[in-house]
Write a protein that binds this ligand. Structure first.
Ligand code: SF4
Length: 475
């Protein structure tokens, strides 16, 4: 008899990676419309957990309106003789994996960013209660991690209760992250890898080091070590660091070998501390993205929860699309918030001296880790909404990047004036004039995104714009 005979839908790895569109959803839980949502795992004493218990605080799925968006909190409490609190992060991340095994149930992101959807077809088959979802999770947890002897799960849909537990959850995440700070990449001979996101991004391999937290922000080097110890054949594994190929950029022979093997030869080199030239791959559940802004030769940062447009006119979703899917895209880099606190953060690209813009909420969260001499020189949406405003702000505050703008002065002088451009520069027939990984175009109320676009033109005309500096662009 199957372990899931009494569950109204199928359960299995084949359902991982399943996407549920809004028009097909019975309901949504968490996600961008909900301010308060969380999932949290806690290791408890044996007598504090009632094995098999499932509690629902607030309305159950069948009591929620079709097509509605609802807040959600998931608390997974586990106990076992050999379980240590070190494993809380690992247990918590498995909520994502195991939820996605359920037919017609989609789980995205992690921690305070969770976003779930239930498909109408699965609901009609009878998946209409958190009791069923809880049972599946409990069985998968116990078979996947036999170290768990007892497990109880609480689902919260009552907004007030969620808010109450959400604060405690944030404190737990911070305590976990703080523990991993201080250890240096140079002090260890092993890193850890994770391929949990390959169901959505088949060539993605996270390389988790003490100073480069996982993209999703939920697995630290300590979590990786704990997971690889208890489940060495699982999705989180040990990586022998090997020889240092480039200390500044963070390239190691052992990392290259493992990533090549785990990505089935798709990714052969990874440099951990840069966004250019073999950057770390980006999956789809990264907490934020670092994006290059050529007009100022600096980086913007944006997190998943940021509503509206960033300083370059694009929202998080478009910027995320430019790099997601397990690709290495120069200048676009999926990252965690915790990595922004690391001394190795974009180290080879200039670190915080190269960051020019980020949302105010993220700045507030990481500001004590930004060098004092730079922190007030980095703009947020409150100081700069356009590239023009950003340039003015950076100049006014003497951001370190402004110094570097002076260098291309020779190039500026060499640019011809309009009068000097007698004939347009022509490209040979059949040659693309531009190749871009993702090109968003907004027209007639629709957004069209071209992937891996090659642009051909009969003629390309290059003209300097009056009053504009080389490398700059007025808004
Ligand atoms: S982002 Fe990385 S560490 Fe996090 S689940 Fe995905 S592959 Fe694993």
């Amino acid at each position: 008899m199957s372990m899931f005979e009494d569950i109204p839908v199928e359960v299995g790895v084949i359902y991982e990676g399943e996407r549920i569109r809004r028009k097909n959803m019975q309901l949504e839980l968490g996600g961008p419309k909900q301010e308060h949502k969380f999932e949290l795992a806690k290791v408890k004493k044996m007598d504090e957990v009632e094995d098999g218990k499932i509690t629902i605080i607030g309305p159950d799925i069948k009591d929620l309106k079709e097509g509605s968006s609802n807040p959600l909190g998931i608390l997974v409490e586990v106990a076992g003789e050999k379980l240590e609190t070190d494993l809380e992060g690992v247990v918590e991340r498995r909520i994502h994996e195991y939820s996605n095994f359920i037919e017609g149930f989609m789980h995205l992101n992690q921690r305070y960013d969770i976003w779930l959807r239930l498909d109408k077809k699965s609901y009609q088959k009878g998946l209409n209660s958190f009791q069923e979802i809880g049972k599946v999770l409990q069985r998968l947890f116990k078979s996947g991690l036999p170290i768990i002897e007892k497990i109880q799960i609480t689902f919260f849909t009552d907004p007030e209760k969620i808010k109450e537990h959400w604060k405690g959850a944030l404190q737990s995440y911070e305590a976990r992250d703080a523990k991993a700070r201080g250890l240096k990449d140079a002090e260890v001979d092993k890193f850890y890898g994770c391929t949990l996101c390959q169901s959505f991004a088949p060539t993605h391999v996270c390389v988790i080091t003490p100073q480069r937290y996982s993209n999703c922000g939920s697995i630290s080097w300590f979590d990786g070590r704990a997971s690889a110890r208890i489940d060495p054949k699982g999705p989180i594994f040990e990586i022998e660091k090997g020889d240092v190929i480039d200390a500044e950029k963070g390239e190691f022979s052992g990392v290259n070998n493992t990533v090549k093997q785990k990505s089935l030869g798709e990714v052969t080199r990874v440099r951990l501390y840069t966004t250019f030239g073999y950057p770390h791959t980006s999956c789809g559940c990264f907490e934020g993205v670092a994006f290059y802004i050529p007009e100022v030769d600096g980086f913007g940062l944006v997190h998943r929860g940021f509503q509206g447009e960033t300083v370059n006119g694009l929202p998080f979703s478009t910027i995320a699309d430019s790099t997601a899917g397990g690709r290495q895209v120069d200048g676009f880099h999926g990252i965690s918030i915790e990595y922004m606190r690391s001394p190795k953060f974009l180290k080879a690209d200039g670190g915080w001296n190269r960051v020019v813009w980020l949302p105010a909420t993220v700045k507030e969260r990481v500001k004590e880790f930004v060098p004092k001499e730079v922190v007030d020189k980095v703009a947020t949406e409150n100081e700069a909404k356009t590239i023009g405003e950003l340039k003015a702000f950076l100049e006014e505050r003497s951001h370190p990047i402004v110094e570097t703008w002076k260098k291309p002065a020779a190039v500026e002088k060499a640019l011809p004036t309009i009068a000097e451009v007698e004939a347009p520069i022509e490209m040979p027939a059949g040659m693309p004039v531009a190749t871009v990984p993702s090109l968003p175009i907004t027209t007639g109320g629709y957004k069209i995104i071209m992937k891996n676009a090659k642009i051909y033109a009969n003629k390309i005309i290059i003209r300097p714009i009056k009053g504009e500096k080389a490398g700059g662009k007025e808004e």
